[in-house]
Design a binder for this molecule. Structure first.
Ligand SMILES: Cc1cc2nc3c(=O)[nH]c(=O)nc-3n(C[C@H](O)[C@H](O)[C@H](O)COP(=O)(O)O)c2cc1C
Length: 302
């Protein structure tokens, strides 16, 4: 087998490349497996789970914005038990590293969910303390260093999986939250989740989303996400996985140069399902062109 310059190790897990499907934009892989070679991805982060599952939010859930998307899905998901029994093995069979994204409405939800996920064959537990679209819990855990550290410490103590904490760009002091999660035992950080936004239907004089505010993603957020990844990557020692509007190879390279070890791609996959594969091909070409032994050589070079 020939040497692969895109390979890396993240939290002790081997990835064939640093391109990971972002949580909530790839389901559990079934639909995309029918239209693309998902085995080529570095990893897949499954839809965010909650302990008991959820039907998600009522009303409008998606609204297009200039270069982006507002979503108010509200963590619709089949629940941790269903994932363990019916989805984990399928995700594993696809080939990429398996990240399991866990959200919650309370501390008990997170802890019981993490305990049940000890039964699942996954590679990394991605702790979602940053979902803006649920009424209770979710992002509330990720806004302050104290609450973020507390839940990180408790989940780390009971989970057998490497722990990646997914941060909210809506935190008033993101760097302090990142440092607190690192000190509490996080093995890695991923950022950013969506930014709080809003849409108004002026014809009907109504707020578009029942939940009032919704999460903004896509290229519109990229420069802000890049700045945050740069700040956090320079503030912690643990690996950072960057995301927020990545659409092209150049975008992915920006996040890696800013200090991310890997990237996740979400919204762009809706517009172009082949985007992640194009980025992987582009990163291979970049390594050849720059004569890099391994792409990780450019991580954090700025
Ligand atoms: C429709 C939709 C659903 C999402 N669901 C989740 C989720 O369940 N858990 C999570 O941590 N992030 C979720 N996200 C956030 C993405 O994983 C990602 O952090 C964010 O969209 C920024 O990346 P992007 O601009 O490439 O989409 C969701 C995003 C979208 C657009």
């Amino acid at each position: 087998m020939s040497y692969n310059p895109l390979s890396l190790t993240l939290c002790g897990v081997s990835l064939k490349n640093p391109v990971i499907a972002a949580s909530g934009t790839f389901g559990f892989g079934h639909e995309y497996a029918e239209i693309m070679d998902v085995s080529r991805l570095g990893g897949i982060s499954g839809k965010g789970l909650t302990l008991r599952g959820s039907a998600g939010n009522a009303g409008e859930r998606i609204c297009e914005t200039p270069s982006g998307l507002l979503n108010s899905i509200g963590l619709e998901n089949p629940g941790v038990k269903h994932f363990v029994e019916h989805e984990a093995a399928f995700l594993r069979s696809l080939g990429p590293a398996v990240l399991c994204n866990l959200g919650g409405h309370s501390e008990e939800d997170y802890l019981e969910g993490a305990l049940q996920l000890n039964e699942a064959d996954i590679d990394i537990l991605e702790l979602n303390i940053s979902c803006p679209n649920v009424k209770a819990g979710g992002m509330a855990f990720g806004l302050l260093p104290e609450t973020a550290a507390d839940i990180t410490r408790k989940v780390k103590a009971i989970s057998r999986h490497p722990l990646m904490v997914k941060l909210s760009p809506n935190a008033p002091d993101l760097v302090s939250v990142a440092r607190a999660c690192e000190a509490a035992g996080a093995d890695a950080l991923s950022l950013v989740n969506t930014f709080l936004g809003m849409a108004i239907d002026v014809k009907r004089k109504k707020i578009v989303f029942d939940n009032v505010y919704a999460g903004l993603s896509g290229p519109a957020i990229r420069p802000i996400a890049l700045r945050m990844v740069h700040q956090v990557a320079h503030a912690v020692q643990i690996p950072v996985v960057g995301m927020g509007g990545i659409a092209t190879t150049e975008d992915a390279l920006m996040f890696l140069m800013a200090g991310a070890r890997a990237v996740q791609v979400g919204t762009m996959t809706f517009a172009n399902p082949g985007a992640m594969l194009e980025i992987i091909d582009g990163l291979s070409a970049y390594c050849a062109q720059e004569q890099l032994c391994n792409l990780q050589e450019i991580c954090g070079i700025l």
